[in-house]
Design a protein around this ligand. Structure first.
Ligand code: SF4
Ligand code: SF4
Length: 380
């Protein structure tokens, strides 16, 4: 299992975590069995969007003996009433629900306190006006949460909130959603008709979001990497099914992404996601599928997929290109990017322009040109 740092903190999360839907209405024995199985692969994190008290009590009981080693992403702004989950922006309800959550989980703190489901700028304004953002900040001061997070499907909202002290963004990431423009109506993401037109390439706002998060040290935790399961089936909006391993690798190769919360409805689902940990480079390689997708052209855009490897001079082409793009987006070389570039074993200046990589890139990226630009920008 690979671990990545949660933004600017020293908290390390496994690149695969699990969501909580599959744990609803299950027994304590089942919960323990799934946690033991996931932990045997090194999974150390879970998203708990549901405020279901029974779920929280079971999870709290199971993780009690290793609480400090397990990263919980809990949610602020959810409530449980009449046996149902709902979102709330009423501060009193938010406070009551959060305190109940801690009690049910039998813990003093959450690692991430995620302001739940903010898909429009109007809702974000409510979060501010109703004192919810300030409440989240006070929870951090009291060490009841370690990091302030926010979940959204809308890149317009996400780009705004990261200017306000949000440290972790839970965002829906997969190759189909990455084509669609940001909009308050996030139902469009799940509607097959949205994908009927021809797509030229990535939505620029989404690219901008990933780059801004990487630059600002905001960690992205991923939901809907499989598009609710649709991307894995013949009915995929992409018209070709991807494997869980390909979807997970796609999300993990976006800038700033640290973990994918995989939806697991059964042990079989969990096994399929955890297969990623032992999969080969060729099994992870989503480029070969994406290049074949009808109606979508990714021409000239680097996916950071690594399909062009191996480089004759062992350059990590995907990483060099990612760092180059981060500099181009900001029109300067951010210090963190300079450090990451420096840490690479081989640099753009090692390129001998053999062209072998360009023949392998399914998206016609001008790699030699990019290596020259990176050499100019970084100096080597
Ligand atoms: S240059 Fe092409 S093959 Fe290489 S990482 Fe980018 S998109 Fe993938
Ligand atoms: S052209 Fe440069 S980057 Fe591409 S394989 Fe050759 S040496 Fe590596």
């Amino acid at each position: 299992m690979e671990y990545r740092k949660l933004g600017k903190s020293n908290i390390e999360v496994s690149v695969i975590g699990f969501g909580c839907e599959g744990f609803l209405n299950k027994s304590l024995e089942y919960t323990k069995e799934m946690f033991d199985f996931a932990r045997s692969y090194g999974v150390n994190c879970m998203d708990l969007y549901s405020p279901d008290p029974d779920l929280h009590k079971r999870v709290g009981q199971v993780i009690k003996e290793y609480r400090n080693e397990f990263i919980l992403q809990g949610h602020i702004c959810t409530k449980w009433a009449d046996g149902q989950y709902s979102a709330t922006r009423n501060l009193n309800e938010v406070i009551n629900s959060f305190e109940t959550q801690l009690r049910n989980l039998d813990t003093d703190y959450l690692d991430i306190g995620m302001i739940h489901y903010v898909d429009s700028l109007e809702t974000w304004q409510q979060v501010i006006d109703n004192g919810i953002l300030d409440y989240a900040k006070s929870l951090k001061e009291q060490e009841k949460i370690k990091l302030i997070g926010l979940s959204s499907h809308n890149p317009i909202v996400a780009l705004e909130v990261i200017k306000h002290g949000i440290e972790v963004l839970m965002f829906s990431v997969n190759p189909c959603y990455d084509l669609l423009p940001g909009d308050d109506d996030c139902e469009a993401l799940f509607d097959a008709s949205s994908y009927e037109k021809e797509f030229l390439n990535f939505d620029p706002l989404r690219v901008q979001l990933y780059e801004a998060c990487q630059r600002e040290g905001v960690a992205i935790t991923v939901m809907k990497a499989f598009g609710g399961g649709e991307l894995l089936s013949e009915n995929s909006p992409a018209k070709l099914p991807l494997t869980p391993t390909e979807c997970i690798h796609y999300a993990l190769t976006r800038p700033a992404v640290v973990t994918v919360f995989s939806g697991v409805r059964s042990k079989d689902d969990l096994e399929k996601s955890l297969y990623y940990c032992n999969s080969s480079d060729s099994e992870k390689d989503y480029a070969k599928v994406l290049a074949k997708l009808p109606k979508i052209s990714w021409e000239g855009s680097c996916m950071y997929c690594g399909h062009c490897a191996p480089c004759a001079r062992k350059i990590d082409i995907a990483s060099v290109t990612k760092f180059l793009n981060l500099c181009i987006a900001q029109n300067e070389v951010p210090e963190t990017v300079r450090e990451h570039y420096k840490a690479l074993k081989y640099h753009a200046s090692d390129c001998i322009e053999c062209g072998a990589c360009e023949k392998r890139c399914p998206f016609s990226v001008k790699i030699i040109e990019n290596m020259k630009k990176a050499k100019d920008i970084f100096g080597y």
